[in-house]
Design a protein around this ligand. Sequence first.
Ligand SMILES: C[S@@+](CC[C@H](N)C(=O)[O-])C[C@H]1O[C@@H](n2cnc3c(N)ncnc32)[C@H](O)[C@@H]1O
Ligand code: SF4
Length: 382
Amino acid sequence: MTRDEPFGVYVHWPFCKAKCPYCDFNSHVRHSGIDEARFLAAYLTELNYFADRAPGRTVSSIFFGGGTPSLMQPRTVAAILDGIARHWAVADDTELTLEANPTSVEAENFAGYAAAGVNRLSLGVQALDDSSLKALGRRHTVDEALAALDLAKQNFGRVSFDLIYAREGQTLLDWQDELTRALTYAVDHLSLYQLTIEDGTPFAARHEAGTLRVPDSDKASAMYRLTQELCEKAGLPAYEISNHARPGSESRHNLIYWRGHDYAGIGAGAHARITENGIKSALWTIRSPEAWLAQVEAEGHGLASDESLSAQEAAEEYLLMALRLAEGMDLARFAALSGQAIDETQLHGLEGDGLVARSGGRLVATSSGRLVLERLILELAA
Ligand SMILES: C[S@@+](CC[C@H](N)C(=O)[O-])C[C@H]1O[C@@H](n2cnc3c(N)ncnc32)[C@H](O)[C@@H]1O
Ligand code: SF4
């Protein structure tokens, strides 16, 4: 790590109005209300902690994720941004993203977030038909989502939205129509996720009971390939498995993760990677918002775990992240992290199978390789 490398700050807001039945993110519903001022004080305290662990860095990206950060008051967002700027230099062109749900109440906050300095909005549209939104347990309609998208375009220079495909009952043709429409609304970035049945969610229970039928893996792969094709044609090629952007509009924050750079992570259930004296540590905080709050107030941080990674672990993590990217992995960076280059025989074998390709010192997963990425990573890491 050099001090000039990009450095990010992730802020996790762990609350939602309701829990969507497919979601296993660290998000909680609190009907009794949230003491936002107390949480803000705890975020500022945890920032102090991370500033001590990563001094002298220049922040190139800040990301408010969740949960539903668009439930935060704009003044809370502004105060956290002020806190970040008190500890680190913040680059002039810093990407400042906030994830928002497209209900009308939340959209009312957009101008306030923009005034606070947010310059990129990521909107959870998820589907472009009302019956699918209902089936996903969403609290907004398509009309509301499109109105929120319009408002986002008026307030932010950069706008992304998320859709989930391979939903219950969805055919390839349905997805083709939906994505074609979505591309007409797209600004500079789209995140297109294949529905994952996450353990422990209501969707997993229904899937196991046979009452939730999602497209099989062949159909889902066909949807994935169609996604690549349509987005490429529309000028938003994939730069990562599920992320598409006009060239130059890739999410800098996500690139920090996938290129293996450092980032601080504050809030309940946030992750961080910090390099100190050449050793990278993986840190994460307590998931329960109240337990996190209590520990930050008592100890100055909400960490549940803080582990230094061995050279091998740091290199494997980089491999895992970087092969998701269209630009692939820098082989020299891998060798520097692990202390040894990837085994040539292994590489030749995978190249022969058409799963990876090498160009200009980088290793890239081919389109067939990306479909079996987990296997590929296991073999390369072995
Ligand atoms: C943590 S959510 C936060 C965004 C915001 N709360 C929302 O729901 O719009 C980030 C994105 O992950 C995606 N996501 C969450 N669970 C998923 C699942 N089980 N399968 C596929 N995508 C999922 C959704 O597209 C969602 O917008
Ligand atoms: S998908 Fe978004 S709104 Fe729904 S529970 Fe997860 S984080 Fe909350």
